[in-house]
Design a binder for this molecule. Structure first.
Ligand code: NAD
Length: 361
């Protein structure tokens, strides 16, 4: 009965970083136009005090701009910043009455966010993850959509693509891919929620394929940054991207045999890989790491260069390395292996081109 005239779909965006804010903007433009959705979009803000002494959430609500993570861009009057994720004290909180949850925090925080939501949302809520990353435990790796589904008992789609957030904020055309499991209607609804004339969304029935692509490309982007920092030129960079794509495909299929080859040709695959290896923050910070001869740690560079934004690729490289080590696959994935060994200071940056073509069957 969700979609009766009495009860519309109500959306909450959980996360308010660079991409979270752009996602809220996209969604808010559609909820105003489409009667299936409640107009107001609540955006949960992990609150912080700005240098002015004000709370970020307060300033977002006063100015309609996320001054820290997306300065200069109006989010839409119907976006309400809410620092209270799950209150059982206050009457208003971010996920209250929401039946479509958009998860868009950096991946290291999603476990905590989910734990806070356990028991507070009904099982018929639909979720989508825009988060790139995985969780690696002794039992094995879990993609973030599985973390969300398992904690909360809800179906979780994913949305990934060549989506450098500030370009979409400027309404430059781009594409994205939704991965869904079985619920075609839910996938169409998510596509309606996100699609705009400058943001073209398609859906494929391959959650793991879409999500693993979105996750692993951040690792390859670290290698692309090393190549740029060493000034090795475009041929080398193209070679690294090609080897990276090959390892992405082989790794995905070993973890999830259901992953479809076609998915790599969607926006979440090769397009996102290209965009990230040329334009993203992982490439940029890895380039600085290489220019500094590996003498300045990624953590230090992240803090200096990203100003609160989070680097995902180095952490994901470590997680991928853990999976390779556990499964005795290290020799099969020389690029992924080398990237982590460089990031941890165990090999020089120049080792990035020493990885020979693996046997990936
Ligand atoms: N920025 C992009 O261009 C882009 C594009 C596509 C996908 N993504 C993915 O979207 C996800 C979110 O990235 P982003 O760019 O919106 O974030 P960001 O890196 O710009 O910002 C970091 C966010 O983390 C929040 N945060 C800090 N500590 C926290 C905590 N303890 N608990 C919860 N939140 C905390 C901060 O408040 C801030 O909102 C990531 O998985 C990223 O890979 C980003």
């Amino acid at each position: 009965m969700r979609n009766s005239s009495k009860e519309k779909y109500k959306v909450a965006v959980l996360g308010s970083g660079n991409w979270g804010s752009v996602a809220a903007k996209l969604i808010a433009s559609n909820t105003l136009r489409n009667n299936d959705f409640h107009g107001e979009v609540r955006m949960w803000v992990h609150d912080e005090i700005l240098p002015s002494g004000e709370k970020l959430s307060t300033v977002i609500n006063q100015t309609n701009v996320n001054v820290k993570y997306l300065p200069g861009v109006k989010l839409g009057k119907n976006v309400v910043a809410d620092p209270d994720l799950d209150s059982s004290v206050g009457k208003i909180f971010a996920v209250r009455d929401a039946n479509m949850l958009v998860f868009v925090t950096p991946h290291q925080f999603v476990d905590d966010v989910c734990k806070r939501l356990v028991g507070k949302i009904p099982g018929d809520v639909e979720a989508i993850s825009l988060i790139k990353g995985m969780e690696v435990k002794v039992e094995g790796p879990r993609m973030i959509s599985s973390v969300i589904s398992e904690h909360l008992g809800v179906d979780c789609c994913v949305l990934m693509g060549a989506n450098i957030a500030h370009e979409i904020a400027e309404e430059k055309f781009s594409e994205a891919t939704i991965g869904y499991r079985v619920n075609t209607e839910a996938a169409k609804r998510w596509a309606r929620l996100f699609s705009t004339p400058y943001f073209a969304v398609t859906a494929v029935q391959d959650v793991e394929g879409v999500e693993v692509c979105g996750t692993l490309k951040n690792v390859v982007a670290i290698a692309a940054g090393f190549v740029d920092g060493l000034n090795m030129g475009m041929n080398t960079k193209a070679a690294i991207i090609r080897i990276g794509l090959n390892e992405m495909r082989a790794f995905s299929k070993r973890l999830f045999p259901s992953v479809k080859d076609d998915t790599f040709f969607e926006s979440c695959g090769v397009a996102d890989l290209i965009a990230t290896c040329f334009g993203g923050r992982n490439r940029k910070v890895a380039e600085a790491f290489a220019i500094n001869g590996g003498q300045r740690a990624f953590k230090e560079l992240e803090e200096e260069m990203l100003k609160g934004q989070k680097l995902q690729g180095v952490l994901t490289a470590e997680e991928v390395y853990g999976v390779l080590q556990k499964n005795k696959w290290l020799d099969l994935f020389p690029l992924f292996r080398t990237i982590h060994e460089i990031c941890t200071g165990n090999r020089p940056v120049s080792a990035i081109i020493s990885c020979n073509e693996p046997q990936l069957a």
